[in-house]
Ligand binder design. Structure first.
Ligand code: ARG
Ligand code: ZN
Length: 840
């Protein structure tokens, strides 16, 4: 059943208070609820309706009288008085058999919950919609030594959360847990107890998360003026979890992979991701919890804004240039791919079948880009003033994108109607750039268009902030960055008083999430790579150069371009550049990047050919760099005990890029040495990757398993590495082989993703021309769907690119999708995805 934004109506009833008693039992948990309702004066339809799924109703009453409820698979209705009343009910649920990991479930013997978006209705009957907010009191009865819920601890398993909240922010945890404790004092003097709860044996993996939490709390006070509002903030690590983490009020629940880290088990990349997610969930306390969403169409109101905030935090923490580059890499890899395929949808979607299918790169990452553009357009001062207004005006409310934008209209006096198109129009805008130079005046002409997307054939011009700087022939900046506000389909900007035609640096810092179409020579790209003062565009120039070189090699059988190789050597030799930046310049475009570039140029991509071409180019780069590599490698070794701080991490990043190049020349000798001496996971795993790529890592691969077999998170890496580094048809074969390994289980989303996420990410392997990748993934999605529809639906996006390919691959991909579609008992989650993917 499809739900539409335009059909929104206010709830029939509001809730004043909720009292819940949980009598925990693995298969027969009883949930007793007392809910004080009152009719909503703004209701469109007064019928009393409660959501409820997979609940066994024991009893229900209204003001003490049998409620005579009419129950369906999705909820119940009852005759309710036209005045405030007390609803009392008792239901039975079975957490131990809840394999969908939504609602109350069990993970490794511990009870936990995931309610966003619509999981609370699997716990008890309730108006499970974010615009119904209430104060919750919860009593947990059970043998478990640790029993947690939202808000303040009243002792004896009883919890009270004074902040009215929607049901999706409810959380409960019970189990045999240990905790790291710390405190934080807010700037107005509130002393907050902080805890990270884990299972026995994981305590040594919690200090980094705690440190990241305290830094996040300080940052939100300093940058957004937001303080924490309870005396307690708890985090719990859970092994079986569908997403990264969840911002439940005062009780954040994390996938253990998104919080647990120690130097010997977690990589620099893991530490970075953990810091980002801790910050993200903490920041939700204001952007999400204090101010929530009116309905799920407004999801980007909290997610886009919170991703933007966590990106700001990471930039402040780790350096803005490298952070921006990695954010844009992500955006292009996931969001551009989505926005240019059958699953394209607006940042604020207008309809859905299953809301869980809309926790997407578009809502999150493009949603964050939209906030960034707003900030660029109105400037920092007005941006923060608008945020302050939003926090005061809407505290305690469930809001819409209109409410958010109105705050900035009120602060700036600007009309944001055209800007709002970023929320309603799907698709990545293309901006074509023409330039001319006459009598000292340089004119840039921007021509914007957005291709059709499902359900949206035509698009209106958007307001696009394009930051531009100009350089002269000598490589000096002659015009500092200026933001061109493109509002028309064709829009010209003039720069006067110039002596000669400048070299433009366009869309600096990636000021807008667009695809620039510009005839640019490789000489100019190399020039910008050498001279641009904007670090993002400096990197971007190198990236464009690499893309062009690869595309020519793929389409014209060209040999590796010498000018490109020389430019890379110049980057490597440049002492003014940071190691992290150099490493970014050397991580060439992915197979998928090249595919997107080919599709944009009207060429059908062949993932196999792209892979083989990449090997050739990488070998040429390694050979060109040969003389420099030993010194870079030696210089980038970090002495002393491991620290995840970015100065060290960036050196390892560049050092391991050098190791990867060396490994293409020395048969893996240096990598084997690094593997043998590594004292942290970053160095160990990087070395293992080089060895697997060189197909000489069998011994180390076995040793790695033996060393880490008792650490689930490390074994996830072991599974995924083998699939990521397997070549062509060997990748699906390796994935199939690993599903027979005793440690493989589809009950754990991390483990399933370790194998099949790695397969989907290995383009040449997944798309091997025999179709074995498609068939294998389809088989397993069908199997998984019966247990965990959310993850099955999410992983089906591996097929979203089918329209790109040749007829053979298209045929096999469609066949796999059709086979999934026809599977008996398919979930609404997976069926919505497959239908949308096939509709292209
Ligand atoms: N609100 C969470 C976050 O981004 C994501 C939870 C989504 N869960 C889901 N099943 N859709 O921080
Ligand atoms: Zn979020």
């Amino acid at each position: 059943q499809t739900i539409y934004l335009k059909d929104y109506t206010p709830p029939s009833h509001l809730v004043d208070s909720v009292e819940l008693v949980f009598k925990l039992h693995p298969t027969q948990t009883r949930v007793i609820s007392k809910i004080a309702f009152r009719p909503n004066p703004d209701a469109a339809d007064p019928t009393f309706y409660l959501h409820g799924e997979q609940l066994k109703l024991i009893r229900a009453s209204i003001d003490g009288q049998d409620a005579n409820a009419k129950v369906t698979d999705l909820g119940l209705t009852a005759q309710a008085p036209d005045a405030p009343f007390l609803w009392e009910a008792e239901v039975e649920i079975s957490p131990a058999t809840n394999t969908a990991l939504e609602g109350l479930y069990m993970s490794n013997g511990m009870y936990c919950t995931q309610c966003e978006a619509e999981g609370f209705r699997k716990i008890t009957y309730y108006p499970d919609r974010p615009d119904v907010m209430a104060v919750f009191t919860v009593k947990i009865e059970g043998e478990e030594p640790v029993k947690l819920s939202n808000g303040n601890d009243l002792g004896d398993g009883t919890w009270h959360d004074p902040h009215p909240k929607p049901a999706y922010l409810f959380a409960l945890v019970a189990g045999d847990l240990v905790n790291l404790h710390d405190t934080f004092t807010t700037r107005s003097g509130r002393k907050v107890d902080l805890n990270i709860y884990v299972r026995d044996g994981d305590l040594h993996k919690t200090p980094f998360g705690m440190d990241a939490l305290k830094r996040s709390m300080t940052w939100d006070e300093e940058v957004y003026g937001r303080e924490y509002d309870l005396d307690l903030f708890n985090i719990v690590a859970v092994d079986d979890f569908n997403m990264g983490a969840m911002e439940n009020k005062g009780l954040n629940i994390f996938n253990s992979a998104a919080v647990l880290a120690s130097p010997d088990t977690a990589t620099d990349g893991n530490f970075h991701r953990i810091e980002t997610i801790i910050a993200h969930e903490y920041f939700h306390n204001w952007t999400g919890n204090r101010i929530t969403c009116r309905d799920w169409f407004q999801l980007c109101l909290k997610e886009g804004l919170t991703v933007f905030r966590d990106q700001q935090f990471s930039g402040d923490t780790r350096g803005h240039a490298v952070e921006r580059i990695s954010d844009v890499l992500q955006l292009r890899a996931r969001q551009f791919r989505e926005d240019n395929g059958p699953l394209a949808h607006p940042v604020r979607p207008e309809s859905f079948v299953e809301i869980n299918n809309f926790y997407t790169a578009t809502v999150y990452e493009k949603g964050a880009e939209v906030i960034g553009m707003l900030k660029t357009l109105i400037g920092d001062a007005d941006y923060y003033e608008g945020c302050d207004l939003y926090f005061t005006r809407h505290d305690g409310q469930a809001c819409t994108i209109e409410d958010w934008l109105k705050c900035f209209e009120d602060v700036t006096g600007r009309d944001l109607a055209q800007f709002k198109l970023w929320y309603s129009q799907a698709g990545t805008p293309r901006v074509k750039v023409d330039e001319s130079f006459h009598d000292g005046t340089y004119t840039l002409t921007f021509i914007q268009s957005t291709p059709p997307t499902p359900g949206q054939d035509t698009k209106d011009p958007k307001v696009i902030p394009i930051a531009v700087g100009l350089l002269n022939e000598a490589g000096e900046e002659i015009h500092a960055t200026k933001v061109c506000e493109v509002t028309d389909e064709v829009h010209k900007f003039r720069f006067t008083g110039l002596e000669a035609k400048p070299v433009p640096s366009i869309n600096r810092n990636f000021s807008a999430p667009i695809i620039l179409e510009r005839d640019q020579s490789n000489a100019e790209r190399a020039f910008l790579l050498a001279h641009d003062t904007d670090p993002f565009n400096k990197w971007e120039a190198g990236r464009a150069l690499a893309r062009d070189v690869m595309v020519r090699m793929v389409t014209e059988d060209a040999t590796p371009d010498q000018a490109y190789l020389d430019a890379l050597v110049a980057v490597a030799r440049d002492d003014t550049l940071e190691p992290g930046f150099k490493a970014m310049c050397f991580s060439g475009p992915s197979n998928d990047d090249i595919q997107q570039a080919l599709v944009d140029g009207g060429v059908t991509p062949d993932p196999t050919r792209i892979f083989l071409t990449g090997q050739t180019l990488n070998l040429a780069i390694s050979q060109t760099m040969q003389d420099l590599l030993p010194r870079i490698y030696a210089e980038m070794q970090v002495d002393g005990p491991y620290s995840p701080r970015s100065e060290d991490a960036d050196r390892r990043f560049w050092g391991n890029a050098a190791l990867a190049m060396l490994s293409r020349l020395d048969g893996g000798a240096q990598a084997a040495a690094q593997y043998a001496s590594a004292d942290n996971m970053t160095q160990q795993l990087a070395a293992l990757g080089c060895l697997l790529r060189a197909e000489v890592g069998e011994a180390q691969n076995a040793a790695f398993y033996a060393q880490w077999k008792d650490d689930r998170l490390v074994i996830d890496k072991w599974f995924s590495m083998q699939v990521s580094h397997a070549k062509l048809a060997a990748a699906p074969a390796k994935a199939a082989e690993l599903t027979a390994h005793p440690d493989f289980t589809m009950a754990n989303p991390n483990r399933f993703r370790a194998v099949f996420g790695a397969l989907a990410g290995n383009s040449a392997g997944f798309h091997e021309p025999g179709g074995s990748g498609y068939a294998l993934l389809a088989d397993w999605l069908i199997k998984l769907d019966a247990k965990n529809p959310q993850i099955a639906a999410r992983m089906s996006t591996a097929f979203e690119t089918w329209p790109r390919y040749d007829a053979d691959r298209q045929g096999m991909m469609r066949e796999a999708l059709t086979r999934i579609q026809a599977a008996p008992g398919l979930s609404p989650d997976l069926s919505e995805m497959v239908n949308r993917i096939l509709a292209a």
